[in-house]
Design a protein around this ligand. Sequence first.
Ligand SMILES: Nc1ncnc2c1ncn2[C@@H]1O[C@H](COP(=O)(O)OP(=O)(O)OP(=O)(O)O)[C@@H](O)[C@H]1O
Ligand SMILES: [Mg+2]
Length: 224
Amino acid sequence: MLYLRNLIYHPTACPTPILKALNLELAPQRLGLIIGPSGSGKSTLLEILSGLADPTSGAVCWREQELIAEQLQQLAGLVFQFPERHFCGGTILEELRLGHPELGSERVKQALSEVGLEHLSLSAAPHALSGGQQRRLALAVQLIRQPNLLLLDEPTAGLDWSMRRQLVNLLAKLKQDWTLLVVTHDAGDLLAIADCCWTLNHGELKSIDPRTLEAKVKEPLPAV
Ligand SMILES: Nc1ncnc2c1ncn2[C@@H]1O[C@H](COP(=O)(O)OP(=O)(O)OP(=O)(O)O)[C@@H](O)[C@H]1O
Ligand SMILES: [Mg+2]
């Protein structure tokens, strides 16, 4: 279980806090979805949850234990927005083993099969894959470390309709085994697979029922 308790992020150079006393609870094997416009603080929150930045005050807890940045780096796996831009392995195998040369072929196979890429050659170049396959590989790069919490920043950005559909289906499957927190400015079809949902506006987080939001999105446009 992930808990945020009154989490504040307020760099001294900023006149107002970027994240304002956030409280959140996310149970294991659930998909939490945070929806917020550009500049609302989504990526900043994921940086804190993945141990890349320290909050100004408040706590991030896993089960009942408060975690510091080094522990969060172990606990969480962050998939950046447009993760394919950060690939640096020459082959799929190299990409999966970056920083973990000790990982055996079983773990490599398992990670690829979790994201439906088991049929690919390990010697293929990551950049030669399709856009959808690259996103899947980026997920496998995190899953191979077996993090307790998978954090995804705009996972469907830039994908066409069919690749987007496939990725949403994959995330629905992954939440059977993992705990996922997804941030996006465009919830779209992610709403259907979200177990809990929040909106983030100017650093303020509010809980909202994903089903209510889904119904609203599907409402017919008023006649003009
Ligand atoms: N260390 C920092 N110092 C000053 N301002 C910062 C810092 N980190 C982030 N910001 C500002 O905080 C706000 C939130 O940024 P963030 O990147 O988290 O938004 P976002 O919701 O991810 O936006 P987008 O949808 O465009 O990716 C922005 O106005 C950004 O300029
Ligand atoms: Mg962002």
